[in-house]
Every structure is written in structure tokens, then in C-alpha cells.
Design a protein around this ligand. Structure first.
Ligand code: ADP
Ligand code: MG
Length: 515
């Protein structure tokens, strides 16, 4: 029954209806900051560089149907997931053993681990860590299954993005579904839309509240004389997704009344310092536009430093080390960033390894631990003689898998039948860098229409990926000061595309209606 209704979604649009939706959405996105800086090649380089242009973020015309039971389950396990990754980050020995397997073959992981070791040697001065996490899922509907289930694609512990823009897509679809009020006619009628609105999306409130909790927990200034306090967003050069980030900083400034500054990675060493004479190591930031008013940074929020390309020079590693050794609360710390490695997710999911889940969640009953385990898809390492190696090298079984390296941000994976060939052309000593994951099988019949950032309208079969946001503030001695779930992200990609990142250009922002 549900299958039949889904197959007729979205309701067909005649040219006038499509024209109405597309032009309304074009205006709505600009009016409400559901925007990105224009993609390269869309406007002349010279115009783009002036920094005065923005265009709509890629968005779907319709919200996508999503099973209510899966949405509720994803929300229900989020605070447990928060705790799990806080606990893993606290267990330096366990994490270190996993990193050991990667350090010889992965320079990026090795350099991150070195930052941790350097700061550990000197001694950390901040016991608190902040996580702004996003757990990503797909709906799994293998042939013969009676009900859809929820499977995790990955867990993000650094730069978990799109809380800002996803709230706005939810607002846009909500407005379209109820417009005009009392006589909604923006969309043609369809059972899945009848009387429906997307669920509330509190991503901006939740993520900002997490940052505000860290800011408060930092306490008073450690400088003498004392300095005004601020939060610092560390950002990439030429960030196109800036309006997503500004949604959080604006909320922090206007609602929480906390000063927020944005600082590019390349400017960290020029604009921040740690007074050598102060053993508390406060991180002092001097805004270039107000050099007489230095601030002390309570919380460093990284929207950069998650990819090797964010570290072009040795200087960038020195900058990361400066942040890490300071008294500012890091979101995330190096250890927390490393806990989000695909390798960690594979080890957690490995049924042949000791039951790490139960060990990291000692206070949780078996049923709760089982619910987390239920969200895992099978994952393998490529050890000699192991099942993963066998599945990856056989083209028939490889076709049902994805090969992932220890990277974030999209565009790094090897898919399906490309896997055997890729491995054969890679020295065997480097296979440790990769984990093999079984493909999740999303509903086949889903369709939607996308308005891309370059104005093109594309329709077709799609695959959705739901992210649930969570925030947690914890102390190295195990105390949890703040642990919340709230807000979500729906991303929709063309079915023929393996990858899914919005910023990487593969997918678009969407919202959901539950069925
Ligand atoms: P990244 O850190 O680069 O975002 P992901 O693990 O999220 O890496 O993989 C990127 C994309 O690949 C996902 O958004 C999803 O579209 C696809 N993908 C990853 N793992 C799976 C899987 N097990 N089944 C189906 N698709 C997957
Ligand atoms: Mg991802």
C-alpha cells in the first residue's frame, strides 16, 4: 500500500505549476538566506571574487516522504550516540591502538595524532570538549523486507554542516505546503502531502545552544587583566557555504548575546596568541578591525581543518597545534575528530571484535546497546585472509559495497565494481587505509525535482540521506554537562550518483514529510 502511494510521488506538475514553484523558490531562497556563494564557472571569476553575489542553495521542489518509524528511531538514539563518541574520545589508549594501524599509511591521520601527542606531552589545560555531531542514515529496504529499517551511513564529529540551511528548507517547504493559508494550492494534491507539514527542525537552536553551553562552562577570563570572552569560528578560505555558518553565529550573537568572530585558518597565527607567561594558556584573539579590544576565546568551532587540503603549509599544522594546546574548549579536539574516522565505525560494527559498544556505554541497558547496533551496516577491514578482502576483490560481491578511506567532506570513496580494479592498482601495504562497507538499499521508487544553484531544474529518481544533529559537552574525567538531540538534515541525490555531499556538488537540500 505505502509502496503504491510512494510510486505516485511527487504529484506531476504541469508547466504553469512548475514555473510557479521554481520562481517562488528562487525568490524565497534569496529573501531568506537559503543561499550559497555562486559555484565557480557559474559567474565570471571576476564577479565571483567581488564577494557580493549569492545564489540559491541546491534545493528540492518537494519535501521527500520518510518513514516515521525510522525518523523517530534516529532521533531516539542520538543522545546515546553522542555519549558513545564522547567516551571513545576519552579513551586515548583504545583510539591510539586503532590509529596505530593507520599511521604508517596515512599522513593526515599521522599528523593529527602528532598534534595530540605534542599537546599531551606538554599537558592539556582544558578538561572540557564540545561535540556538534551529525549522524547520517539511509532507509534500508532490501528485497523481501517487510518494513524499512534505519542504517547509518557515517557519524560526523567535525564540521557537521547544514544545520543552518536545512532549517530554512524546512521553513520553505512548510510555507509552500500551507500557502495560501486555508487554501493551500502551491502543490498539486497528493495523499502524502494532504494536511501534512515537515516535522519541526530545531538544528540552529540546538547547535547554537551547544556552543553557548561550552561558552558558559568555560567560566571567567583566565587572562590578567581579564578580557571579554568570545567564540571563534575557524573557517576555510573562500567558503561557499557561509550562510549556513552565519545562521549559527547570528543566533549566538542575537539570542545568546555572545560575541562571535570568524577567522580563516591561514590567519590563526597572525591574529591569535597564547601569552607565554600565563600557565593557563588563554587563547587571545585580536580582531583586525578593533586592535585595541583583544578577546579571550572560550570555544573554538572548526568549520575547517577536517581535510588534508586545509593544511597546505607546516604553518597550518602549527596553527592547529596552537588551538589544541590553548585553554579554549575545542569543537572538536583532535581526539574527537579522530574518533569520527571510518575505521572506528568499522571496528564498532565488526561482530568479530570484542563488544566495544557495551564497554563504551556501561550505564546503558542491553536493549539500548542493541538499538545502536541495529543501525550498523556490515563493515570490514581488508586484512589478509579476511572476509572483507574476499568481498572486495570479487567483482560480484564488490558490486554491493563501497570502499572508504579516512576522510571527510565527500568525493573520496570508491564504489561497487570499481573496487577490485582500484585495489589491484594500489600497493597491498596501503589497503589498511580503507574500510569496506555494504551498500544500504534505499527505496527504489523515490523521485523529486531539484533547483540547482546554477538555475537548472533537474528531475528524476533520487536517494535521500537523513542526518540527525546532536551536541554534547563532556569533561575528560567523564562528567557530561550537556547532552542534547535536535534538528535534522535531509539531503537528496540523483539515484545514479554514488556520492552524496551537497557542498561537494552531488546532492541538494530537502525536507521531509513523514508517512
Ligand atoms: P564522507 O565523509 O565523504 O561524507 P560518507 O561515508 O558519508 O563519506 O560517504 C559519502 C556518500 O557515499 C554518502 O553521502 C552516501 O551517498 C554514499 N554512501 C556511503 N556509504 C554508503 C553505504 N553504506 N550505502 C550506500 N551509500 C553510501
Ligand atoms: Mg557523509
Amino acid at each position: 500500500m505505502a509502496q503504491l502511494i510512494l510510486a505516485t510521488y511527487p504529484p506531476p506538475l504541469d508547466p504553469a505549476q512548475e514555473q510557479f514553484l521554481v520562481s517562488t523558490i528562487k525568490d524565497w531562497t534569496i529573501q531568506n538566506g537559503l543561499t550559497v556563494r555562486p559555484p565557480p564557472n557559474f559567474v565570471p571569476e571576476e564577479a565571483g571574487q567581488k564577494g557580493v553575489l549569492a545564489t540559491n542553495a541546491p534545493v528540492t521542489l518537494f519535501p521527500s516522504p520518510f518513514p516515521k518509524s525510522c525518523f523517530e528511531e534516529a532521533r531516539a538514539v542520538q543522545t546515546v550516540y553522542n555519549e558513545l563518541y564522547a567516551e571513545i574520545s576519552r579513551d586515548e589508549k583504545w583510539l591510539g591502538e586503532i590509529m596505530e594501524e593507520l599511521i604508517d599509511v596515512d599522513d593526515f591521520i599521522s599528523n593529527l595524532w602528532k598534534v595530540h601527542l605534542a599537546v599531551k606531552k606538554e599537558g592539556y589545560v582544558q578538561k572540557l570538549s564540545l561535540g556538534l555531531f551529525r549522524s547520517d542514515y539511509m532507509v534500508h529496504t532490501p528485497p523481501g523486507s517487510t518494513a524499512p529499517s534505519l542504517k547509518q551511513v557515517e557519524f560526523n564529529t567535525i564540521s557537521s554542516s547544514f544545520g543552518g540551511l536545512s532549517s530554512r528548507v524546512t521553513a520553505m517547504h512548510t510555507e509552500l505546503l500551507s500557502s495560501p493559508p486555508g487554501f493551500p494550492i502551491s502543490y498539486p494534491r497528493h495523499t502524502l502531502l494532504d494536511g501534512k507539514l515537515p516535522p519541526e527542525n530545531t538544528a540552529v537552536e540546538t547547535l547554537s545552544a551547544g556552543l553557548a553551553a561550552a561558552h558558559t562552562a568555560y567560566g571567567s577570563s583566565k587572562s590578567s587583566p581579564s578580557l571579554p570572552l568570545c567564540i571563534l569560528f575557524i573557517v576555510q578560505e573562500n567558503e561557499r557555504n557561509i550562510f549556513d555558518q552565519l545562521a549559527l553565529s547570528t543566533r549566538l550573537t542575537n539570542f545568546h548575546k555572545i560575541p562571535v568572530f570568524r577567522l580563516k585558518t591561514s590567519e590563526i597565527l597572525d591574529r591569535t596568541s597564547i601569552p607565554a607567561s600565563n600557565p593557563s594558556r588563554p587563547l587571545v584573539y585580536t580582531p583586525p578591525h578593533s586592535r585595541s579590544t583583544p578577546f579571550e576565546v572560550t570555544t573554538v568551532y572548526l568549520r575547517s581543518f577536517y581535510a588534508p587540503t586545509d593544511y597546505k603549509l607546516d604553518r597550518d599544522w602549527a596553527a592547529r597545534t596552537q588551538l589544541e594546546r590553548s585553554a579554549a574548549i575545542k569543537c572538536p579536539t583532535v581526539l574527537n575528530q579522530l574518533s569520527g574516522c571510518k575505521k572506528v565505525q568499522q571496528v564498532l560494527a565488526d561482530p568479530n571484535r570484542a563488544d566495544h559498544l557495551a564497554r563504551f556505554l556501561p550505564g546503558k541497558d542491553q536493549a539500548t546497546v542493541a538499538r545502536i547496533r541495529e543501525t550498523f551496516a556490515p563493515q570490514y577491514d581488508l586484512a589478509p585472509g579476511g572476509r572483507g578482502r574476499e568481498l572486495a576483490l570479487n567483482p560480484e560481491t564488490a558490486a554491493n559495497h563501497v570502499l572508504k578511506p579516512q576522510r571527510e567532506g565527500g568525493g573520496n570513496n570508491i564504489y561497487k565494481t570499481d573496487i577490485p580494479e582500484f585495489l589491484r592498482s594500489t600497493p597491498e601495504t596501503e589497503w589498511k587505509r580503507w574500510v569496506l562497507m555494504e551498500l544500504i538499499q534505499p527505496p527504489a521508487e523515490a523521485k523529486n525535482i531539484v533547483l540547482r544553484s546554477d538555475g537548472q531544474v533537474v528531475s528524476g529518481n533520487v536517494v535521500g540521506e537523513l542526518g540527525i544533529f546532536g551536541t554534547i559537552l563532556w569533561s575528560s574525567d567523564g562528567e557530561i554537562l550537556h547532552n542534547k538531540e535536535g534538528g535534522w538534515l535531509m539531503r537528496t541525490k540523483g539515484k545514479e550518483s554514488n556520492e552524496g555531499g551537497v557542498a561537494a556538488g552531488f546532492s541538494s537540500l530537502d525536507s521531509i514529510v513523514l508517512y
